[in-house]
Design a binder for this molecule. Structure first.
Ligand code: MGD
Ligand code: MGD
Ligand code: SF4
Ligand code: MO
Length: 692
């Protein structure tokens, strides 16, 4: 009966970065309904199909329910059920043995997309264990934006969607599908309704592209060339903010000289965007203040990511859109425990020198190991061997570039632990698999450490299955077993309370409030300057020589195109899934049953490919099969493939399962962006043919 339903307020999580406030209807220990909460400060009642289907994660019959220990050969799928005390003891024994033999740094602590507090508890555990090597997917997700921001203007400039912008440039970000960063698209859609105009930079026509005033359909992977041409127009036409440039930037003259060569005509040949359209977009952005740039993943899944991010921060700066309402801002955190204190960075002062990537000359302030360098450490033992790994909330076999290399590396480890809610191709290779409790089943804090200036309460609504533990509890217990016990508490929930303590709230009170937001502060530079060595926005990087970084953003021509691979491959996230996750949720699978590759009808007809045909996509790295979908939303020379595909309904121990349609079979780590160890995931030379 409807009247038996108890409605609990919480926030959505783990289906993307999370953020929508939800009303969750519970009967007994079962979630029966999910609705968007009209009071939600980001979503105002909105909820997407993933959010609606999210309770099905909890009740799926194939969910992991007990710790498992491998008994057969690695990857053979033979497991023995073990108890939690045995699991904790086995993991602790093995990881401590590796520490003793090779040093703590030979154990890697790996995280996928941060899902909640667990990411930071993992860093805390690594620090206490003594390993500088926390590995994460930040090389292609956020570090390029965040760290380039820190070097250029002293902070990570995020879109301010809480104040009105005249124009929003949506650059390689597909907000209606991805709600990137929890900057829920609803806020932007509201702005559009009240007159905010859009400029969309995307090789595919997106929903926001359809609503835009200008759509720049660029060639994938040429974002830095386009950004440099826009800078060229704004500087040549003197449309920049003269006061801001004079008072708050350093190196403007150098930048102005440097971008002279990047004319719209020259960059048009590279980017495929018509010179007049580049001019129009540049003028429109520069003349509309405040304007914000919502930059997405596309700019950081490419070896040029540092230059693109540098050029985009320069654009924000010279047009006077940094640190102003409705522009790109430094979000001010609420009064909670700082990350550094929470993770106990003080325990590992040598981390910056010892981390694997410090030996690859990456950019300072990058604090997680790029996956390409982790695998080099395992396979080639450079700069030192890695022998053991603890993996949580991640499926590296699908998510890292060059899946075959990942397979080899995982197989070579002495000891691998995977904590997940489901058996995945990665978990299938582990020595120990741990069943995690997931969202709705424990108290958690959302958006901690993500730089958006707020945290969201995610109070528990139902109990997890008896032996499914929240990741933070697992880490707490491992901490107690492997590191000095005084660092941890008997109750893992004390970790949550520690974060909230400076706000004087306990978790219950925080859950009643729903969220905590830092006070909005703008134009802080007028009193404090920018937190860079010059105190200004560094259009020319003052630290370039010291750190071996390019002082000004560049476009360097990639090697000549290979005629064997005449098309360009790119991808976008699937609106119904989270990366490789949740293809086992029936409601979602019905909406997106198979991996689709978008292809222009002209190209299809030239190659005799019809709608629904199986299609082989090939790059220098390998081949996969996906299903052809003919659409004019992509350029005739571009293939937009699906990413993250494996088939939970098929044999998980078969290599065919994760090789046949997985986009990362086609990507490579042979060439990396030096600053972040970023591979090319978007904008890769490819070819296609019918699969019969
Ligand atoms: N449904 C869903 N939502 C998600 C996720 C998910 O897996 N599924 N993942 C979450 C995570 S971890 C992240 S980081 C965010 C990412 O969210 P987004 O930043 O939106 O990332 P993508 O969907 O990869 O790509 C965004 C857009 O880039 C375009 N694009 C492709 N190649 C290029 C290019 O070379 N240049 C430009 N300018 N554009 C290009 C694509 O067509 C797409 O529209 O989404 C989060 N939200
Ligand atoms: N080619 C290509 N590669 C990409 C991208 C791309 O666009 N193209 N995108 C990149 C980006 S932006 C990112 S962020 C990464 C994502 O990389 P990952 O985060 O590794 O990707 P997922 O496939 O979402 O894997 C998450 C795993 O966590 C599990 N899980 C869910 N909830 C929980 C939980 O509460 N606890 C535990 N322990 N496990 C849980 C899921 O079942 C799933 O197996 O991939 C990157 N790789
Ligand atoms: S948009 Fe994201 S946060 Fe909102 S309901 Fe969907 S998955 Fe959840
Ligand atoms: Mo991501």
């Amino acid at each position: 009966m409807e009247s038996d339903i108890k409605w609990i307020k919480t926030h959505c999580a783990r289906m993307d970065h999370g953020g929508c406030a939800l009303l969750v209807g519970v009967q007994g220990n079962t979630i029966v309904r999910v609705k968007g909460d009209p009071d939600g400060f980001l979503n105002k009642g909105y909820v997407c199909p993933k959010g609606l289907a999210s309770p099905d994660r909890l009740t799926h019959p194939d969910r992991l329910k007990h710790p498992l220990k491998r008994v057969g050969a690695r990857g053979a799928g033979q497991w023995e059920r073990i108890s939690w005390p045995e699991a904790i003891e086995t993991i602790s024994d093995h990881l401590l043995k590796i520490k003793e033999q090779y040093g703590a740094r030979s154990v890697a602590f790996c995280q996928g997309m941060p899902k909640g507090m667990e990411h930071f508890v993992l860093i805390r555990l690594a620090n206490m264990f003594g390993s500088p090597n926390v590995v994460s997917v930040q090389d292609v997700c956020h570090a390029p934006r965040e760290v380039t921001g820190l070097h250029t203007c002293g902070f990570y400039p995020v879109i301010d969607s809480h104040y009105k912008s005249k124009v929003v440039v949506v650059w390689g970000s597909n907000l209606t599908s991805t709600n990137e960063e929890g900057e829920i698209c609803s806020l932007l859609l509201e702005q559009i309704k009240s007159g905010t105009e859009l400029i969309v930079v995307d090789p595919r026509q997106t929903e926001l592209g359809k609503k835009s005033k200008l759509w720049l359909q660029l060639k994938p992977g040429t974002d830095n060339a386009l950004a440099l041409a826009i800078l060229n127009v704004i500087i040549e036409d003197k449309l920049f903010d003269i006061d801001f440039v004079e008072n708050w930037t350093s190196g403007f003259e150098e930048l102005a000289r440097h971008v002279k060569d990047y004319t719209p005509e020259r960059m048009s040949e590279i980017t495929w965007v018509a010179p007049d359209l580049i001019r129009e977009a540049a003028r429109f952005y520069a003349r509309s203040r405040p304007a914000a740039i919502q930059w997405g993943n596309a700019i950081e899944q490419n070896i040029n990511t540092f230059d693109t991010a540098r050029a985009l921060v320069s654009l924000m700066a010279i047009c006077g859109n940094l640190d102003v309402p409705g522009g790109n801002i430094e979000a001010n955190e609420p009064k909670i425990l700082s990350l550094g204190k929470f993770v106990r960075a003080d325990l590992l002062p040598s981390k910056r020198k010892e981390m694997i990537h410090a030996h690859h000359g990456t950019i300072p302030k990058l604090m997680t190991v790029p996956p390409a360098f982790l695998r080099k450490a395992i396979l080639e033992e450079f700069p030192y061997p890695v022998r053991g790994a603890y993996v949580q909330c991640s499926n590296p076999l699908l998510a890292y570039a060059d899946s075959r290399m990942t397979f080899k590396a995982l197989k070579k480890l002495d000891f691998l632990v995977v904590a997940d809610i489901f058996m995945t191709p990665t978990a299938a290779l582990a020595d120990i698999v741990l069943p995690a409790a997931t969202h709705f089943e424990f108290n958690d804090i959302g958006h901690y450490g993500l730089g958006h200036g707020y945290i969201l309460a995610r109070p528990k609504v139902v109990d997890p299955p008896e032996e499914c533990w929240p990741d933070i509890k697992i880490l707490n217990e491992l901490g107690r077993a492997m590191t000095p016990e005084e660092y941890w508490s008997a109750d893992y929930e004390d970790l949550i309370e520690a974060i909230l303590k400076p706000s004087s709230l306990d978790f219950n009170r925080f859950a009643e409030l729903g969220y905590l937001k830092g006070e909005a502060k703008f134009k802080k530079h007028e009193s404090d300057g920018f937190k860079t060595p010059t105190g200004k926005v560094e259009l020319y990087l003052s630290t370039s020589e010291k750190f071996g970084l390019r002082p000004l953003p560049e476009y360097t021509q990639p090697p000549r195109d290979d005629p064997a691979y005449p098309l360009i491959l790119t991808s976008a996230k699937n609106p119904y899934y989270m990366h490789s996750s949740y293809r086992w949720i029936e409601k979602l699978r019905k909406k997106s049953p198979e991996p689709i590759a978008e292809i222009h009808p002209e190209t299809a007809s030239r190659l005799n490919i019809k709608e629904g045909d199986p299609l082989i996509i090939a790059t220098k790295q390998g081949e996969i099969t996906q299903t052809a979908h003919l659409t004019e939303r992509v350029h005739p020379a571009v293939i937009n493939a699906s990413y993250g595909w494996w088939f939970p309904e098929e044999d998980i121990t078969s290599q065919d399962n994760w090789t046949k349609s997985n986009l990362n079979i086609l990507t490579s780590v042979d060439t990396l962006g030096k600053e972040f160890g970023t591979p090319n995931l978007k904008g890769i030379a490819c070819n296609i043919k019918p699969a019969f």
